[in-house]
Design a protein around this ligand. Structure first.
Ligand code: HEC
Length: 212
């Protein structure tokens, strides 16, 4: 260390490495040193600015990279397409007789249908499918329709039921006391809808007898 560097110079800013300058301004008795910033620091600083410009240009101004929004839309479209394909496959493999004779006649399928029913449908259609709740001897109606009264507002064939559960109440239908049913295809897979349909069929054996 030479004498000149231990005694800081007065001036505006440092011009060379190792130069220690005492800035001329003074606020509230406080003065500042000025020293040249190290090159490695300046390199990362200017590098970050250049990186921002390049990134902004490539990401937002050119089709080089897909933005997060585009990625999410592409992924959601792919999921919708997969679901549509799965539904088409299930519909192609199902018909009224298959639902009655095969699905509803299989205790394992009916049991998984019951589990789906218990989780998703009981609140409005009741555990006994009557759409009523027993409150001290009187029957209070629940929001849904009875699924054991032999009355089917939207068609009484198993495939009608499957489609209604999948798509919900048809557009423009008056509903029941103004209440519509949601499209369960948004939450359940086609297989799960077929299983819950099988459960409803199995609960109406007089209406859907198994045919040999
Ligand atoms: C939030 C209440 C609610 C839930 C939960 C609900 N439903 Fe419904 N459901 C209704 C209503 C309301 C109707 C009558 C809709 C209409 O008339 O447009 C209905 C109608 C139906 C019908 C047609 C009945 C007929 O008479 O034609 C079927 C079948 C059905 N629901 C099955 C299900 C299944 C299966 C589930 C569970 C996956 C379910 N529902 C869950 C409210 C509900």
């Amino acid at each position: 260390m030479s004498d000149s560097s231990s005694e800081p110079k007065r001036g505006h800013f440092a011009k060379e490495k190792g130069e220690v300058i005492l800035r001329e301004h003074e606020y509230d008795g406080i003065q500042e040193y000025d020293q040249k910033l190290p090159n490695w620091w300046l390199f990362t600083f200017y590098g970050a600015i250049i990186w921002f410009a390049v990134y902004w240009f490539l990401y937002y101004q050119t089709p080089t990279f897909r933005t997060d929004r585009e990625k999410i839309i592409a992924e959601m479209t792919a999921i919708q397409e997969k679901k549509a394909a799965e539904l088409e496959k299930t519909l192609a493999s199902l018909d009224d007789q298959t639902l009655i004779n095969v699905w509803a006649a299989d205790p394992a399928i009916v049991a998984s249908g019951e589990a789906i029913y218990t989780t998703n449908c009981v609140a409005c259609h009741a555990a006994d499918l009557s759409a009523t709740m027993d409150a001290g001897g009187t029957k209070i109606p629940l929001p849904g329709r009875s699924l054991i009264d032999g009355q089917w507002t939207y068609g009484g064939k198993p495939m009608d039921m499957f489609k209604l559960i999948n798509q919900g109440s048809p557009a423009g239908s008056p509903g029941l006391n103004g209440a519509l049913m949601q499209a369960w295809g948004q939450m359940l897979t086609p297989k799960q809808i077929a299983e819950v349909t099988a459960f409803i069929i199995a609960k109406n054996p007089q209406e859907f007898p198994v045919t040999p």
